[in-house]
Design a protein around this ligand. Structure first.
Ligand code: ARG
Length: 464
């Protein structure tokens, strides 16, 4: 049997099975954390030297060695094809191959358990900041479109039935509000996550005189985790971030669903740019919103990852268990998926053609000014319930006679209720219906402008 030359070959010395090695390795997926692993190791080595646990000369060699590994991984002269158990073992073995004995001192007062808990935090922090940047980009695209369509009238829907007139700008700003909450949720999860677990070691801490605070500060954490068992076994932040990503995907999915509907021949409210549409292999007339459908479809993966994470963590005894290695593929897939979807959504929405004429035509049908008709009667002293009934009968009359509230004669109005007067035409005019909704958050122009200003303020406050 081959000698076991693994770094952890302490008690064991029999070689492990090939299939078992393949089953055990996380390198194919955790290799993406190499920058964070190296950053963490540099901070650890610096602290070990500052505390007199290793010599300055060892620390210098370690840091130089790690820098050269980082450079080689970045420029592709070193890759992961040699294999290894995980990114932590890979880098430590490579370091020792490069610098000899000093490399063997790096893992003093540390375990892979606190190392991986550190790396995943650093990685998620970096990736979440990238995702937040992408959400910001989508927010500014929505805001630009909303500005361009602050007066574009469309039907607002409830139950997917035409309900009341709104502007397209108002509709888009609803999604902007969702995306702002998404950013807030991500930042909130980061705040709770931003404590360094390094120094928890395997599970119980260490007798070495380490300085956890110094390491935490140098890596940009707000402090240290306060219980070593929790430090190595906590993955709450993975759940919280995945939940935030899932919610963001849900928002993108709802927006995609609307784009799919709007791009249909039945609505024709928008036309997606050719760059974000596909044709059919058999039906020459087709232009399909595949990108929007894929965003809607991929939402399921991110929900699934969240459930997988919850299930993996359920019932794990303290402290570290290898089950926890399963956290990575799930959260990495959620990150990759959200990144892709945001990357597509922003230009797809920026380049879509808005068919204001079709929106206006749809708004003119469906009696979406019926509430305004009833409200007008109320201004003439009619109790709302009564006004509601009169308007209902007028709508039924219009449907029978193929008319609209705008085209009824005053005689026809008066036949329904003698109190109607000329003012009804101003009341049911769609532009006026929108203009009148000046309440905060409403569809009136000033209100939508205030919403846009809020989003712009938010974007400038959270910085680049
Ligand atoms: N690859 C492992 C993971 O992702 C690293 C920690 C392994 N620790 C251990 N004691 N086996 O969780």
């Amino acid at each position: 049997m081959a000698q076991n030359n693994k770094l952890w070959a302490g008690r064991t010395d029999g070689a492990s099975d090939r299939l078992a090695d393949d089953f055990n390795t996380s390198l194919p997926f955790d290799c993406r954390m190499f920058r964070q692993d190296i950053r963490g190791s540099m901070a650890h080595a610096t602290m070990l030297a500052a505390q007199g646990i290793i010599t300055e000369s060892d620390a210098d060699q370690i840091i130089d060695g790690l820098s050269s590994i980082l450079a080689d991984l970045e420029n592709g002269s070193l890759d992961f094809s040699e294999g290894g158990e995980d990114i932590h073992m890979f880098i430590e073995a490579e370091l020792t191959a490069r610098i000899g004995d000093a490399g063997k001192r790096l893992h003093t007062a540390r375990s892979r358990n606190d190392q991986v808990a550190l790396d995943i935090r650093l990685y998620l922090r970096d990736e979440t900041m990238t995702l937040i940047g992408q959400v910001r980009e989508l927010l500014s695209v929505l805001t630009e479109q909303a500005k361009a369509h602050a007066e574009t009238i469309m039907p607002g829907y409830t139950h997917l039935q035409r309900a009341q007139p709104i502007t397209f700008g108002h509709h888009l700003m609803a999604y902007a509000m969702m995306l702002i909450r998404d950013i807030e949720r991500m930042l909130d999860a980061l705040t709770r996550m931003n404590y360094s677990p390094l120094g928890s070691c395997a599970l119980a801490g260490t007798p070495y005189p380490i300085d956890r605070e110094a390491v935490a500060r140098s890596l940009g954490f707000d402090g240290i985790t306060l219980n070593s068992l929790d430090g190595v076994s906590d993955r709450d932040f993975v759940l919280e971030l995945n939940a935030a990503f899932a919610t963001c995907m849900m928002h993108l999915s709802r927006l995609s669903e609307e784009l799919i509907l709007w791009a249909s021949w039945e609505f024709r409210f928008v036309e997606l740019d050719d760059a974000y549409s596909t044709g059919s292999s058999i039906m020459p007339q087709k232009k399909n919103p595949d990108m929007a459908e894929l965003i809607r479809g991929k939402t399921g993966r991110v929900y699934g990852n969240l459930m997988a994470l919850y299930t993996t963590l359920k019932g794990l005894p303290l402290a570290y268990n290898k089950d926890m290695q399963e956290d990575k593929e799930a959260i990495f897939d959620s990150i990759d998926t959200l990144k892709q979807c945001l990357g597509i959504a922003a230009p797809m929405i920026r380049t879509m053609r808005v068919r204001a004429d079709n929106m206006r035509a749809a708004a003119a049908g469906g009696f979406i000014n019926a509430t305004d008709c009833a409200d007008y009667l109320v201004t003439l002293g009619v109790p709302f319930r009564e006004a509601y009934k009169v308007t209902g009968s007028l709508v039924a009359y219009c449907i029978r006679e193929k008319k609209t509230l705008e085209t009824l004669t005053l005689e026809e109005y008066k036949a329904a209720d003698a109190r109607f007067d000329e003012g009804i035409y101003d009341a049911v005019n769609l532009e006026n219906c929108v203009k009148r909704r000046t309440s905060a958050g409403g569809t009136g122009k000033a209100s939508v402008e205030a919403q846009i200003a809020y989003v712009e303020q938010f974007l400038s406050e959270i910085g680049a």
